[in-house]
Design a protein around this ligand. Structure first.
Ligand code: URA
Length: 210
C-alpha cells in the first residue's frame, strides 16, 4: 500500500481553519471542497490515460485523455458526500457510485446499508472519499467491497488519518493495489474513537447534528 501525506502550506492553512471549532458549517463545507480538489491532484497521479491526436491552431500533436472505462468516484455516506464536489471538479468525466456504511452496534462490524455501484468494476480505477480515517473499519469494508466487484485499484482520499487507521488498512489490504492520500496524519485516536487533534465529527460539522 502507498501512503501519501500532503505536504503543502495551502493544504495546512486550510486544514487549520477546518480544525478550528469556531469555523461554521458553510465555511467548513467550502474548505472541505477546496481541500479535496487539492488532494485529488495528487490522488489522480496514476489515473489511466490514452493517446489522442488533436489539431492545435498551429499543427497536429498527440496529447492524452482519460481512458475508458472512466474512473469511479465513491463517497462513503454521509460525510464523504461533502467531498464529492471537490473531486468531480477535477475529474468531471468520472462516474459516481455511492456506499453507505454503518457500524453494527452489536457486532461492531461495519455493514453496508446502501449501495449504488456498477455490478462489474473490472478494470475500473476507484476513488473512495471518506474524510476521517479513524479505526479504518468503514474504509476497509468499502475497499473490500470494491475489490470484490473486480476493481483494478483503489485510491482513498481522507482529509485526516490516524496512525491506527492507516495500520489497520495496511494490514487488511495486503498486496492489493491501494493508495491512501491524506491531508494530514494526526497523532492518535482518543478513547471515544475521535482523531486527535482532529476536527471533531466531520458529518456533524458539514451538515449539523442530525
Ligand atoms: N469520524 C469523525 O467524524 N471524526 C473523528 O474524529 C473520527 C471519526
Amino acid at each position: 500500500m502507498r501512503v501519501h501525506v500532503a505536504d503543502h502550506p495551502l493544504i495546512t492553512h486550510k486544514l487549520t481553519v477546518l480544525r478550528d471549532k469556531r469555523t461554521p458549517s458553510p465555511v467548513f463545507r467550502q474548505l472541505t471542497e477546496e481541500l479535496v480538489t487539492l488532494l485529488a491532484y495528487e490522488a489522480t497521479r496514476a489515473v489511466r490515460v490514452e493517446d489522442v491526436e488533436i489539431q492545435t491552431p498551429v499543427t497536429t500533436t498527440v496529447g492524452v485523455r482519460i481512458a475508458d472505462p472512466k474512473p469511479l468516484v465513491v463517497p462513503i455516506l454521509r460525510a464523504g458526500l461533502g467531498m464529492l464536489e471537490g473531486m468531480v471538479k477535477l475529474l468531471p468525466t468520472a462516474e459516481v457510485g455511492f456506499l453507505g456504511m454503518a457500524r453494527n452496534e452489536e457486532t461492531f462490524e461495519p455493514t453496508t446499508y446502501a449501495e449504488r455501484l456498477p455490478e462489474d468494476l473490472s478494470d475500473r480505477q476507484c476513488f473512495v472519499l471518506d474524510p476521517m480515517l479513524a479505526t479504518g473499519g468503514s474504509l476497509g469494508a468499502a475497499i473490500d467491497f470494491l475489490f470484490a466487484r473486480g476493481a483494478q485499484d483503489v485510491t482513498a482520499i481522507c482529509i485526516l488519518g490516524a496512525p491506527e487507521g492507516v495500520a489497520a488498512i495496511e494490514k487488511q489490504v495486503g498486496d492489493r493495489d491501494v493508495t491512501l492520500v491524506l491531508g494530514s496524519l494526526d497523532e492518535r485516536l482518543n478513547e471515544k474513537g475521535y482523531i486527535v487533534p482532529g476536527l471533531g465529527d466531520a458529518g456533524d460539522r458539514l451538515y449539523g447534528t442530525v
